[in-house]
Design a protein around this ligand. Structure first.
Ligand code: NAP
Length: 254
């Protein structure tokens, strides 16, 4: 178990799926966690309650990323909730996890879908980093949740793939810039994970088996598979790793 006692983390898209898993793991390791969500406040409340029930500390902050002023609104809520909880102002760990995916090949994607994908998946993380870094203490952590689609070709998800490629590049440039502050910046790239995103594909035994077959372990990833590696990256143990893209696909890309 890593030690994040005294640290404050912001996890975007923590109402459900991988983000919820990361928020729960960070809180279990002692961090105060800001559980961000877009519109599903009930789901965010469930994440917060699960953390509180386990003896951890967390609060929810809502902001529909991609909308004008969303990043500013998110951090205004974050600052206010932090003050209300009696914690020191500031941030130690930012996880850019929230994302959406409009599947489609090159000839199917509309301008609107492309713009929305980039607005949520890369413009928002870019400016969340900009605003988050103004609050981040030296020795902090930025963890970007990318995808296997940036190391293997997925033409049926081309807009999503392009947006995740941008996130990998953001990691690289930021890591160099933030070295003098002792801040590390890394990317985690999951494969198929058991979340709402894959629910319809997992609905039949054949669908489940097909997704499981991607991994050399012949199973679909779980949010905890990603959260455990995120906890390592958030901890002091990972201090000599920065600017890296870490494959967390259960060997799906081998
Ligand atoms: P998920 O279960 O669909 O949850 C998405 C989360 O992001 C929710 O908390 C949602 O908030 C939030 N979100 C989405 N759009 C938003 C917006 N416009 N503004 C604010 N919040 C927004 O997703 P997931 O499967 O856990 O995926 C998490 C991350 O892992 C994503 O970056 C995804 O690309 C990546 N990933 C997932 C898989 C997979 O197989 N699941 C594979 C590779 C990479 P609400 O609850 O309020 O809607």
């Amino acid at each position: 178990m890593g030690d994040l006692t005294g640290k404050t983390a912001l996890v975007t898209g923590a109402s459900r799926g991988i983000g919820r898993g990361i928020a729960q793991r960070f809180a279990g390791d002692g961090a105060l966690v800001a559980v961000h969500y877009g519109s599903k406040d009930t789901a965010a409340k469930e994440t917060v309650e699960s953390i509180l029930d386990a003896g951890g500390r967390a609060f929810a902050v809502g902001a529909e990323l991609g909308a004008p002023g969303a990043v500013e609104a998110l951090f205004a809520a974050f600052d206010a909730e932090l003050a209300a909880s009696g914690a020191e102002p500031g941030l130690d760990i930012l996880v850019n996890n929230a994302a959406l995916n409009f599947p489609g090949r090159i000839d199917e994607v509309s301008y609107e879908e492309f713009d929305r994908t980039l607005a949520v998946n890369i413009r928002a993380p870019f400016f969340l980093a900009q605003h988050g870094l103004r609050r981040m203490r030296d020795g902090g952590r930025v963890i970007n949740i990318s995808s296997a689609v940036t190391s293997t070709a997925h033409p049926a998800q081309i807009a999503y793939s392009v947006s995740k490629g941008g996130l990998d590049t953001l990691t690289l440039a930021l890591a160099k810039d933030l070295g003098p502050r002792g801040i590390t910046v890394n990317t985690l790239a999951p494969g198929w994970v058991e979340t709402d995103v894959t629910a319809s594909r997992r609905a039949t035994p054949e669908g489940r088996a097909a997704l499981a077959a991607y991994s050399v372990f012949n199973r679909i990833g779980r949010p905890t598979d990603i959260a455990d590696v995120a906890a390592f990256l958030a901890s002091d143990d990972s201090r000599w790793i920065t600017g890296q893209r870490i494959d967390v696909t259960g060997g799906s890309t081998l």
